[in-house]
Design a protein around this ligand. Structure first.
Ligand code: HEC
Ligand code: HEC
Length: 155
C-alpha cells in the first residue's frame, strides 16, 4: 500500500512538472507553419498583402446545382455589418433592377426551418460566408473537373 502511495505521489509530481513546461512553451509554435505563417503565437505579425483578384467581369460559370456563385467583381471596401450591407444595396430586390445585379434568390429569405421571411434571412446576411471573389492563381493540383452541360450557361 505504502509503495503504491509513493508511486502515485511521484507520478503526480512528474505530471505537474510536465504541465508546467507545457504552459511555458505554449507560445512556441514548435516549428509548425499555418496559414498565418510561422510567427510565434504571442507575436503580432504584419498583415498579408492584398490578394490579387480578377478584374470585374461577367458572372462565372457555376459548377454544380446549389453552388453559391463566385463574385465576378471587386469587393474591396464593401462593408457588411450591423448597420449596412453594401451587397444588398445592389443585389437586394429593391435595387437589382436599377443596378443590373442579379437578385438574391428566394432561398436567401428562408429560415433554417424553411419559413420564408419578408427580408433577407439572418443566416444569409453575411454574403461572403458563402460568396467569394476568385484569385487568378495557378491551380495547386491538376483538376479536370467539368460542370454538367445543363449549367454551362456562361463561358
Ligand atoms: C455596385 C453594385 C454591386 C455591389 C455593391 C455588389 N455587387 Fe455583386 N454584382 C453586381 C452586378 C451588376 C453583377 C452582375 C455582373 C454582370 O452580370 O455582368 C454582380 C454579380 C454578383 C454575383 C454573381 C451572380 C451570378 O449569377 O453568378 C455574386 C455572387 C455577387 N455579385 C455577390 C456580391 C457580394 C457578396 C457583394 C458584397 C460583398 C456584392 N456582390 C456587391 C453589382 C454589385
Ligand atoms: C449560407 C450561404 C449563403 C449566404 C450567406 C449568401 N448566399 Fe447567396 N447564394 C448561396 C447559394 C447556395 C446560392 C445558389 C443557390 C440558391 O440560389 O440558393 C446563392 C445564390 C446567390 C445569387 C444568385 C441568385 C440567382 O438567382 O441565380 C446571388 C446574386 C447571391 N446569392 C447573392 C448573395 C448576397 C448579396 C448575399 C448577402 C446578402 C448572399 N448571397 C448570402 C448561398 C449563400
Amino acid at each position: 500500500m505504502k509503495k503504491i502511495m509513493i508511486v502515485l505521489i511521484a507520478m503526480s509530481i512528474a505530471t505537474g512538472a510536465v504541465a508546467q513546461t507545457k504552459a511555458e512553451i505554449m507560445v512556441n509554435n514548435g516549428g509548425v507553419e499555418s496559414l498565418r505563417g510561422s510567427a510565434e503565437l504571442d507575436v503580432t505579425r504584419s498583415a498579408d498583402k492584398h490578394k490579387r483578384v480578377l478584374k470585374d467581369r461577367e458572372p462565372l460559370q457555376r459548377n454544380y446545382v446549389h453552388q453559391p456563385p463566385i463574385i465576378p467583381h471587386q469587393v474591396r471596401g464593401y462593408k457588411v455589418n450591423l448597420n449596412v450591407n453594401k451587397c444588398l444595396s445592389c443585389h437586394g430586390w429593391k435595387y437589382a433592377r436599377e443596378t443590373g445585379a442579379t437578385k438574391i434568390s428566394p432561398t436567401h429569405f428562408e429560415t433554417r426551418e424553411g419559413m420564408t421571411l419578408s427580408d433577407v434571412s439572418p443566416r444569409r446576411y453575411f454574403c461572403q460566408q458563402c460568396h467569394v471573389p476568385q484569385v487568378d492563381g495557378r491551380p495547386l493540383v491538376e483538376n479536370d473537373f467539368k460542370a454538367v452541360d445543363s449549367l454551362s450557361q456562361y463561358k
